[in-house]
Ligand binder design. Sequence first.
Ligand code: KG4
Ligand code: ZN
Length: 311
Amino acid sequence: MAVVEDGRRQLANLIHSQVALHEEFGGVVPEVAARAHLEKLPGLVTAALAEAGVTAGQLDRVGVTRGPGLVGCLLIGVGMARGLAAGWGKPVVGVNHLWGHVYAALLTEPSLEPPLLALVVSGAHSDLVWMAGHGRFEVLGRTRDDAAGEAFDKAARMLGLGYPGGPALDRLARTGDARRQRLPRPSLPGLEYSFSGLKTALRYRLRDLGESLPEQTRADLAAAFEASVVESLLEKLGLALAGRPAAEVVVCGGVAANTLLRRRAAEVVAAAGARLTIPPLVLCTDNGAMIAAAAHHAPQADLEVDPGLGW
Ligand code: KG4
Ligand code: ZN
């Protein structure tokens, strides 16, 4: 729940993390997630307004995610937004969650303006997107199977790491050496990604190595898996840049919190002569400020909940 000014400045950005709630299940339980939204949202509204130091009367509009996402959570969010907007006498606009990830970059770098090329990497998406203007997105490439975040989460589980897997794998990889446990680099023609084969390669490697792996080998495997995902993501980003030169590049979404991706993306984008914006970690993973920024720049009246909404 966030309050944003001019679509660029965060006045408040509060997150009630559900990590502890889902930890014992090893992943997000949709029904539990929806109930927690219902329980926590009203308190967060009050807290966000207080932290921002504004009253509801001073707001221009209420923005809310209408998709893609878990249907129960989306319904609760949209219902809550409709109620608040009706009570406050304000317009309410539905926002595409993926657009939000890109708008997080505009909250990060105040001088950033489209056109720009964005790599959006989250739990369910690995998309290369051309943003021609506000609310104007063209998908140049996407994954054929798993998203990068999903691949990280599955690999983490195979390596015996807890939930959430991506950050845990990131930490373990810091102590590993990718060269000691090379894994294949996915390679499809054009701007398509694929990570399911890499996952299978890790599974077979673990089977061949046998049980009770030394900690160093697990770290080496985490580093190798991470290197393959990151280099694949950046190879296609480079290819997209070659085909459509852009002055501005954005890397965003939960996976953009990854340490290696952040470091290597800076090198690859600098080599292409473009400027890179990667939001700070709290604006990479899901948050309210990115949705408020998107609602400011690209207001859509559409409030229809669509769990599978595309760009
Ligand atoms: O954008 P996000 O918060 O939620 C979705 O919209 O999906 O992305 C969540 C994904 C998860 O798969 C999580 O494991 C991954 O982002 N992630 C990371 C890191 N932090 C979060 N993956 C790799 N390294 C990280 N440091
Ligand atoms: Zn997200």
